[in-house]
Design a protein around this ligand. Structure first.
Ligand code: PLP
Length: 217
């Protein structure tokens, strides 16, 4: 399955985050040995435990909802955090990165789904973070783009429209705030069930778990 997905991604020039949450280090190593280097987890402690047991050249991505007080467990190694939904969280990440003399890539998670359960902020809230005075002094985070999760539904048109909304938000931010900034380039959207659609709508990074690792318990 991994090879099929990678084949799909090639023509779109998009990257794969292999979502390994709940899966064992043996399962991860198996996919690692096929060449995959980017893995995504949604719980900080689980990611930190696995990281210690796996090769150092893995690029770890945090994709789940995040509390400020958990940042310290991953600030020394996390490559990208997809789930930024407040200035407070961003400041905590910057502080953690600074402590370890490194930079952490971050994506603003925008709420595109209509479901209550999905995290993320509105474009307006995102703009107030970007425009804040604090933002100017956050030198240990790199704003790499946006992330979003579509509604879990069979309704393809609905999902397509949500992806279009995320792409439009990305374009707006790029044009108005990050035009000269080549780091701002990622649109993290698409999971096992909707990644084809996401690629067509401009995804640069898909987050795929069950299609690669099998269903989770
Ligand atoms: C679990 C998860 C995924 C992957 O889901 P699959 O349907 O298994 O591909 C992607 N993104 C986030 C934020 C997740 O929590």
């Amino acid at each position: 399955m991994l090879t099929n997905i990678l084949e799909d991604l090639k023509s779109y020039n998009a990257n794969l985050v292999a979502v390994s949450k709940t899966k064992s280090v043996v399962d991860i190593l198996n996919i690692y040995n096929k060449g995959q280097r980017i893995f995504g987890e949604n719980r900080v402690q689980e990611m930190a435990e696995k990281k210690d047991l796996l090769p150092d050249d893995i690029e770890w991505h945090m994709i789940g909802h995040l509390q400020k007080n958990k940042v310290k467990y991953m600030a020394s190694f996390v490559h990208t955090i997809h789930s930024i939904d407040s200035l407070e969280l961003l400041k905590a990440i910057n502080k953690g990165a600074e402590k370890h003399h490194r930079v952490i890539n971050i994506l603003f998670q925008l709420k595109i789904a209509t479901e209550e359960s999905k995290f993320g902020m509105s474009l307006e809230d995102c703009l107030s973070v970007i425009n804040s005075e604090d933002m100017k002094s956050l030198n240990n985070v790199i704003v790499s783009g946006v992330m979003g999760m579509a509604t879990f539904t069979e309704d393809k048109e609905k999902v397509r429209n949500e992806f279009k909304t995320l792409k439009a938000s990305f374009d707006y931010l790029k044009e108005n705030y990050f035009l000269e900034d080549s780091n701002f380039k990622e649109i993290s959207m698409g999971m096992s069930g909707d990644y084809h659609l996401a690629l067509k709508e401009g995804s640069t990074m898909v987050r795929i778990g069950s299609l690669i690792f099998g269903a989770r318990n």
